[in-house]
Design a protein around this ligand. Structure first.
Ligand SMILES: C[S@@+](CC[C@H](N)C(=O)[O-])C[C@H]1O[C@@H](n2cnc3c(N)ncnc32)[C@H](O)[C@@H]1O
Length: 282
């Protein structure tokens, strides 16, 4: 019998059940994260002809946009640990000649085509089993003078799309506690810790920008559909699924009520905060 995955966002979680859920929810996630991806790519200001690696590329939308920007004289390589996401990213990139995808643990395995001019990542660098070792390895994936641009979530308290949602589920269902130091979406929220990891890995010219924006779960403006997306796609989804129907109904209706507070002029816009990290390889 296969042992259950205890941390859904560990390497085995992404290779298995978490990767499968992300794939099923891919269009909703990509719509939800578009405002952050747009900010990341605007700040990165990639240029035609550059070679770019996208760490934790998921279904590949950020890699595809990067491939358009660097053009026919540039190349983009998307790297992800989840084989089902690499398969889907490859399928969606059909016909894009300057874009390749590789299934690998970016924190510990070689990346073909390295070293690159630039490295981008939208929320793909918070899940390494050994962050100091992974960051040092990623430094060597860049050419000397090469630049990284990453987006990572800032403290969850400033991200009510999660910090407000989880307690609603916990009113009715006991969820396993989140270890802030384990691989997870909110493992790099401490700006000093993040800066320290980059310094220790040997990066220079570190510049962390404080992004404030708004997102909608599933990219929808309908609170009911946003609640259904969150209860399916977020990492507590499997626990929600096992609850009794009456409990699920209560959670869903509380969540819809919560999301309705963030509807302004028909738009669901929940505050979100992330670090836009820039650094250079020496
Ligand atoms: C939050 S998702 C973001 C996906 C994508 N960047 C996006 O914004 O849509 C995190 C991604 O990182 C990938 N990932 C997690 N650990 C990884 C590792 N060690 N090496 C490569 N990819 C990893 C996951 O499989 C997942 O696709």
């Amino acid at each position: 019998m296969t042992a259950p995955v205890t941390n859904p966002t560990s390497a085995e979680g992404w290779r298995g059940p978490r990767g499968a859920v992300w794939l099923l929810s891919l269009d909703g996630y990509e719509a939800m994260l578009r405002p952050l991806g747009d900010a990341l790519l605007a700040r990165a200001a990639l240029s035609p002809g550059q070679s770019v690696v996208d760490i934790g590329c998921g279904g590949g939308s950020t890699s595809r946009t990067a491939a358009q920007i660097v053009g026919a004289t540039g190349v983009v390589c998307g790297v992800d640990i989840a084989p089902m996401l690499i398969d889907e990213a490859t399928r969606r990139a059909d016909g894009v000649s300057n874009l390749t995808y590789v299934c690998a643990d970016a924190g510990s395995e070689p990346i073909p085509g390295a070293p690159f001019d630039r490295m981008i990542s939208r929320l793909g660098v918070m899940f390494f089993a050994d962050p100091p070792a992974a960051f040092a390895r990623l430094r060597d994936v860049l050419k000397s003078g090469g630049q990284l641009d990453w987006a990572v979530w800032a403290p969850s308290i400033d991200n009510p799309w999660m910090a407000g949602v989880r307690p609603i589920v916990e009113r009715y269902i006991a969820l396993p506690p989140v270890d802030p130091d384990a691989p997870g979406a909110f493992s790099l929220t401490d700006r000093d810790k993040l800066q320290g990891l980059l310094v220790k890995a040997g990066f220079a010219a570190i510049d962390i920008d404080d992004w404030h924006g708004a997102i909608a779960p599933g990219g929808t403006h309908d609170p009911e559909r946003a609640a259904d997306f969150a209860l399916t796609a977020f990492s507590f989804g499997p626990a929600f699924d096992t609850a009794a129907p009456a409990i699920r109904d209560k959670i869903r209706s509380d969540l819809i009520e919560f999301f309705q507070r963030f509807v302004v002029d028909g738009q669901l816009a929940i505050p979100a905060r992330a670090w836009l990290v820039r650094a250079k390889a020496p």
